[in-house]
Design a protein around this ligand. Structure first.
Ligand SMILES: Cc1ncc(COP(=O)(O)O)c(C=O)c1O
Length: 462
């Protein structure tokens, strides 16, 4: 029995997979303020054209440039491991495999897209990248990529995470980036949100507004913005996870997983591991695919499918997505990377089609799962990842009840070494679950009632 399945470097996937081409209903386009589809030219102030081409690519497979592969070799291919110690503790017949994305230098899956984004920007003549970060994993990943590729990097870090995870800022600075708490006084959007509530914990939506504003108002014209999740090209870059996993499962003779599980904030690590299997499902395989979100920020399980802004100040185009409304400020849970009001259009469309079935889990169950993982498998995982582990445990126990030897594939999106404050509070009994009253969701959603509506037809039987 293999508990660690490794690929050689020459087995690394050479192409990314673009699910947009295979979705039964084509993705609906982003819209501008006039309600018309936005052109790549209109977005060129924010993103370089080479990434915008990927964003709208009609190609199923996109070749990964060799120079990017050379950088990915620092930690890829990532291991596929079998969680035999957890299986034993649960006494389950299920076989639990997980991709270990915590092995990258910044500690998560995020560099899988930070490196290509920095590389394509450098090629297009960008000198500085701005970005937001929730938990700090994305900000660290972009700082790391920019330092290797030779770009300056400025990160707006959500206030609550800035306070909860101070060493993430030090990591970013070690890689040469600058990092400020968001909302900040450096941008108009930041000043506006601070005026509304000087004690706001911030949100990813607010930090995105600040980072976009900082990029588009830069007078040199050589500053662009980089997003760590949500967009098509980000999820595209992450598909290397699922493509590697397929090769690894094949190596040990596993034809397919029965269940694929990952946490979802903006949808990138979920899309990364799941999309190659969503393609199989479209082609007739029976696979249950579960994105897991926090019960306190339930965009897919309690939000609506609507056109909404990607940020809180309304600076981005309107995206067709599951959303709680761009003014929704999630509770200060420790999984900062899951505190986002929306979900990637690609993931949202897969939810509409019934290809993936989201589930929400509350904070305490997630921490209990993280502790069980640490005491069986050993690793101290990120609070975001604990959502995937919680559902993996639910499914492994269900398999036991049903007496079925199911194959579960999970994405371990990151380690929790910078997230110990949350663990400390949980162990001291100081954490609680947040209930989210329906009125609060309805209020946030009413604020987007006048925006255009995407069509939400389900075409297939999955
Ligand atoms: C470790 C980890 N997992 C998951 C996420 C959620 O992001 P996404 O849904 O884009 O994978 C984050 C975001 O910061 C993260 O840091």
């Amino acid at each position: 029995m293999s508990i660690k399945v490794l690929l050689n470097e020459d087995e690394i996937p050479r192409q990314w997979y673009n699910l947009a081409v295979d979705l039964p209903t084509p993705l609906q386009p982003p819209l501008g303020p006039d309600g018309k589809p936005v052109s790549p030219e209109a977005l060129a102030k924010v993103f370089p054209m080479n990434l915008l081409e990927q964003e709208m690519s009609p190609q199923r497979w996109i070749t990964i440039p060799d120079e990017i592969i050379d950088i990915l070799y620092r930690w890829r291919p990532s291991p596929l491991r079998r969680a035999v110690y957890l299986e034993k503790a649960l006494n389950t017949p299920a076989k639990i495999y997980y991709k270990d994305e915590s092995m990258s230098p910044p500690g998560s899956h995020k560099p899988n897209t930070a490196v290509p984004q920095a590389w394509y920007n450098k090629k297009a003549g960008t000198k500085t990248l701005t970005t937001e970060t929730g938990a700090g994993q994305w900000g660290s990943a972009l700082a790391f990529a920019c330092s290797l590729i030779g770009l300056a990097c400025k990160v707006f870090m959500v206030r609550i995470s800035f306070d909860q995870k101070p060493f993430r800022k030090t990591m970013m600075e070690t890689w040469g980036a600058t990092c400020v708490a968001s909302p900040s006084t450096e941008t108009e959007a930041g000043r506006m949100f601070l005026k509304k509530d000087p004690n706001t914990p911030g949100s990813l939506g607010i930090a995105i507004s600040e980072a976009v504003e900082a990029a588009v108002t830069d007078k040199t014209g050589s500053t662009k913005y980089s997003l760590g999740s949500v967009l098509n090209h980000v999820l595209l870059h992450q598909t290397i996870i699922g493509l590697e996993a397929k090769k690894q499962l094949a190596k040990i003779g596993v034809k397919k997983p029965d269940i694929v599980i990952a946490c979802a904030g903006g949808g990138s690590n979920f899309g990364g591991i799941a999309f190659p299997f969503v393609a199989d499902k479209i082609n007739g395989e029976k696979i249950e695919i579960i994105p897991v979100e926090p019960a306190s920020c339930p965009s897919m399980t309690r939000g609506i499918f609507a056109y909404d802004f990607g940020d809180s100040a309304g600076m981005t185009p309107l995206l067709p997505m599951h959303t709680l409304g761009h003014n929704f400020i999630p509770q200060p849970i420790h999984a900062g990377g899951l505190r986002y009001h929306g979900m990637a259009p690609l993931v949202s469309q897969a939810v509409v089609e019934g290809l993936v079935t989201p589930r929400a889990v509350a904070q305490l169950e997630c921490y209990r799962a993280a502790i069980q993982w640490a005491r069986t498998e050993g690793a101290i995982i990120a609070p975001e990842t604990s959502h995937a582990v919680a559902v993996t445990i639910q499914e492994a126990l269900k398999a036991k009840e049903e007496g079925k030897e199911k194959v579960i594939l999970m994405n371990l999106s990151g380690h929790g070494h910078m997230d110990l404050l949350g663990y400390q509070k949980f162990l001291a009994g100081q954490l609680s679950d947040y209930s989210l009253p329906q009125e609060e969701i309805e209020k946030a959603e009413s604020e987007i009632a006048n925006l255009p509506k995407p069509s939400a037809k389900k075409t297939g039987k999955w």
